[in-house]
Design a protein around this ligand. Structure first.
Ligand code: CA
Ligand code: CA
Length: 230
């Protein structure tokens, strides 16, 4: 009798231990485009990101004649200080924080599984290398910068364009993105939005699939542990 009850219960135990963690992890997406309207999945230092992400085409709202070219509603515009029509901070469209504030914004960890990484970038030309006050976006592995991009050198502009890194040699590594504003002077701010990894065909890989890679490792362990009980 005990054996029958055990046999009946075992599938339920398997479902709870096997399926539940998978669902929880597979539902996970990364705030890669700031469309949460906040800095979920990112950790800031300093003051540059205190009023980020910014909402809408604020450069156009302040007659800059350099449209932001952002994706969705929200993006990182480090000169801007406008968090949308519903903000309770007394901000108005066109408000700015200027170039003064500095800081960094670091993403959660993720696996490199794509061939390339692409994103929107604009703002000042202050490269990570050879500039005492960099404004840039870096890809870091073990706290070491392995890729970096900054705004355009010729015709510096708020308007973001899509940039791409070849990351094929980094596959399997665990990485983080870091947005850097270490410049309080002229054009001392980066703009950034909508980052993706892409496959060999250039197709963006959904972030929930990227973040599920770790889960597969955990899944294999759970399954091996379950088999021991049989
Ligand atoms: Ca966005
Ligand atoms: Ca700045």
């Amino acid at each position: 009798m005990k054996k029958i009850i055990f046999s009946l219960m075992m599938p339920s135990v398997l479902i709870i231990l096997f399926i539940l963690p998978v669902n929880l992890v597979f539902a996970r997406a990364f705030n890669n485009d700031f469309e949460t309207g906040d800095l979920t999945d990112w950790e800031k230092t300093g003051t540059a990101f205190d009023f980020q992400p910014t909402w809408g085409d604020n450069p156009t709202a302040r007659n800059r004649n350099q449209p932001s070219n952002h994706q969705g509603d929200w993006w990182l515009g480090l000169f801007e200080k406008y968090q949308g029509p519903d903000n309770k901070l007394g901000q108005n469209a066109g408000d700015v924080q200027g170039d003064g504030p500095q800081g960094t914004l670091t993403s959660i960890e993720f696996k490199i599984i794509g061939e390339t990484m692409n994103f929107l970038i604009g703002g000042g030309f202050h490269p990570w290398e050879n500039d005492p006050g960099p404004c840039c976006v870096n890809l870091e592995i073990d706290d070491e910068v392995v890729r970096t991009s900054t705004g355009q050198q010729a015709g510096t502009t708020e308007t973001m364009i899509r940039a791409e890194w070849d990351i094929s040699d980094l596959k399997g590594k665990t990485a983080q993105l870091v947005v850097v504003d270490q410049n309080g002077g002229g054009w001392g701010h980066p703009n950034f939005d909508d980052v993706h990894q892409a496959d060999a065909g250039g197709k963006n890989i959904p972030w929930d699939r990227v973040l599920a890679v770790d889960a597969r490792g955990k899944l294999a362990v759970s399954w091996a542990q379950m088999k021991k009980y049989y």
